[in-house]
Design a protein around this ligand. Structure first.
Ligand SMILES: [Zn+2]
Length: 288
């Protein structure tokens, strides 16, 4: 499968300009599979008009700019399952698609020790501009994919692919994989159980982050629409290179294929969110 404009360093000879920059990519797939894959932090690209946001190039290779390895895992998982996928094509440093519109970490001024000069004076008008030009087109593509699956009679189970940094504030994170969820157990619980069947794995259950966050992507597209879902966090050192990406996409595909068609997975059922919303103290670590 062809990769499009992969990991262009902003400010480098990227082909994008303000007109040509496409903020999302939809990978076609069969709605009959019952799956929809989404990837909020697939890309570290910026539209040319934002330059490099005043950051040195190496900051764009870090987790603060995107989820390392998540794009490749998403592509292979979509291929293995034959399922559609929607990926963002802009860096979370521009605006974070996995945050509610009123979240204080929507546009980060400081992320894991890096000051983002291009975000220092972002006011409400600029936030609204980034929301309209990048954030909303991505979310509308996710919404359109869900709408077409539902109208074809196949409410999708949504799998969200993320990755996390292995070291956070000097502490090594033990999990290879974490599954984040709120109160709908239909997909998350059996996925956790399937990975925990491997005694060599340390599997996070709402670790390294809580999935109980109002306003994030899973809340907006899955919880509020009654769709089963799981957010998958993979440790970045395991999927930084192609062999690990292929291995983990394959493991996920095997688990999901084993669950395909299970009772209630592709029905619309509403579960209340158990989440209080994101606290203001958990921004800044480039999480989820
Ligand atoms: Zn992420």
């Amino acid at each position: 499968m062809t990769r499009v404009a992969e990991y262009c360093a902003p400010g480098a000879a990227a082909p994008d300009d303000a007109e040509a920059f496409v903020p999302m990519e939809t990978i076609p797939g069969a709605v009959e599979t019952g799956w929809l894959i989404v990837c909020d932090h697939a890309s570290n690209r910026l539209p040319a008009e934002y330059g490099d946001l005043g950051l040195p190039a190496d900051e764009f290779e870090r987790h603060i700019a995107y989820d390392i390895g998540a794009e490749a895992v998403t592509r292979q998982l979509a291929r293995d399952l034959g399922a559609p996928a929607v990926m963002s094509r802009f860096s979370r440093l521009l605006i974070d698609p996995n945050r509610g519109a009123d979240d204080p970490t929507l546009v980060m001024r400081l992320s894991d020790g890096a000051v983002v000069p291009g975000n220092a004076r972002v006011d409400d008008a600029e936030k609204a501009r980034r929301t309209a030009a990048y954030y909303e087109p991505y979310h509308q593509a996710v919404e359109a994919a869900i709408d077409s699956a539902i109208s074809a009679g196949h409410p999708p189970a949504i799998v969200s692919i993320h990755s996390f940094t292995p070291l956070w504030r000097g502490t090594r994170r033990p999990w290879e994989i974490g599954i984040l969820w709120d109160t709908d157990p239909r997909l998350a619980v059996p996925v956790i159980e399937a990975f925990r069947a491997d005694p060599l794995l340390t599997v996070g259950d709402n670790e390294p982050y809580s999935g109980r966050l109002k306003g994030d992507t899973m809340y907006r597209h899955a919880t509020t629409r009654g769709l089963s879902h799981a957010l998958v966090e993979l440790r970045q050192d395991l999927i930084a290179e192609q062999p690990g990406q292929a291995e983990w996409a394959g493991r996920l595909a095997d688990v999901l294929k084993g669950l395909a068609g299970s009772e209630g997975l592709n029905e619309i059922r509403h579960y209340d969110s158990g989440g209080p919303g994101r606290g203001s103290d958990d921004g800044g670590d480039g999480n989820t």
